[in-house]
Design a protein around this ligand. Structure first.
Ligand code: F6R
Length: 354
């Protein structure tokens, strides 16, 4: 049954896994996540030439956040691996974060074993599962994350400990203040996006109404909001069980934008979201302006500007809006945002063929 977005009780009744509650608690999650890595034994080896984050889905997005965030801060590259295998360059000069909320994702377990074989320095981030057990048996440090929420609701737990650890290792500076700024800003934003705030004052609910029965196409910017565009797509897929697509400027100006000529009946179902950040390249800002007029056959465009006191808060301000909008989009279709039966089915089928 479709839910009226101002019927707070109905929104929560539909939400069997407490996704709305988990989103509301994101500021506290981020706060707690910072402390999770504080007691972790620091690795002895430190002559890394690269950092690799290996994980899938909700456990991988923190790796992308780190990659984008570290782009102008770290002296070594961060790569994200969403596969069973590892690139050939992973060796003893690589710091590997093996991230799996459940600890039972087979691709991540395989990649973990490969990282062990290559002699990489490994840190596991998980609630437990097989990854937790393997890491404990191997003497690999484990950031133990609290259980009880969906992996995609745990981005704070799965991302911030990496930042905290890199700060403790002297590779990042000033991150505690940045995380504090993030937490304070999220506390403000949840009052705008939360379920109790009615449609007329709630940009997340308004966005969901625009996206209803439409195909969301989310455009971010390389190096700033790219990870947000990817996250929004994943959240519309997993929470609203709806298709969504994403791309980034400036690349999309060299192909995707040409595809807004026909067929009009499909273009007319597309709702574009343009994600914007003050750190976007000035030429990209100009590109966005010009591009807006080239996609007039789409049903509509929403432009969203990040907000917040620092880079981390700005990226999360957009993630937070997409997280809430995707749950409201689910509600509009009468869909429970929590369970992802398709993913569970796939994992169960695969488990039958060991
Ligand atoms: C489910 C979700 C999925 C999982 C993915 C990997 O909420 O977001 O994308 O994150 O299937 O599972 P984990 O995170 O347990 O390694």
């Amino acid at each position: 049954m479709r839910v009226d977005l101002d019927d707070v009780q109905a929104l929560h009744d539909l939400d069997s896994m407490g996704m709305l509650g988990a989103a509301w608690n994101l500021p506290e999650q981020c706060e707690q996540a910072w402390s999770l890595a504080q007691d972790l034994p620091l690795p002895q080896v430190r002559d890394w030439r690269q950092i690799l984050v290996t994980g899938l889905g909700g456990s991988a997005i923190g790796g992308d956040l780190l990659r984008v965030f570290a782009g102008d801060k770290l002296g070594i590259p961060v790569l994200v691996n969403r596969d069973y295998t590892l690139p050939w360059f992973v060796d003893r000069n690589t710091l590997v974060f093996a991230v799996s909320y459940s600890g039972n994702t087979e691709e991540t377990l395989n990649a973990y074993d490969a990282a062990r074989e290559r002699g990489a320095t490994i840190v596991a981030i998980t609630t437990g599962g097989q990854l937790g057990r393997r890491a404990a048996a191997d003497g690999v440090p484990v950031v133990r994350v609290p259980r009880g929420i969906a992996p995609r609701s745990a981005t704070g737990y799965l991302f911030i400990p990496m930042v905290a650890l890199l700060e403790r290792l002297g590779m990042f500076f000033g991150m505690r203040a940045e995380v504090e700024g993030l937490v304070a800003h999220l506390r403000e934003l949840r009052r705008r996006y939360g379920s109790e705030t009615p449609v007329r004052n709630n940009p997340a609910k308004q966005l969901a109404l625009n996206l209803q029965n439409r195909l969301p196409v989310i455009w971010g910017v390389a190096g700033t909001t790219e990870v947000v565009a990817q996250r929004w797509k994943g959240q519309f897929n997993e929470n609203a069980k709806a298709p969504a697509y994403w791309n980034v400027f400036p690349e999309l100006n060299h192909n995707e934008v040409v595809g807004f000529g026909q067929p009009e009946e499909i273009l007319d179902r597309i709702w574009l979201v343009l994600l914007q950040d003050e750190a976007d390249h000035p030429r990209v800002k100009l590109r966005m302006k010009i591009t807006r007029d080239m996609v007039k056959k789409a049903a509509g465009i929403t432009e969203v500007q990040s907000s917040g006191p620092n880079g981390l808060a700005r990226v999360y301000s957009l993630i937070y809006l997409g997280d809430y909008a995707s749950m409201y989009l689910a509600a509009l279709a009468g869909i429970d945002p929590g369970p992802v039966r398709v993913i569970d089915y796939l994992k169960n089928e695969l488990a039958k063929h060991k």
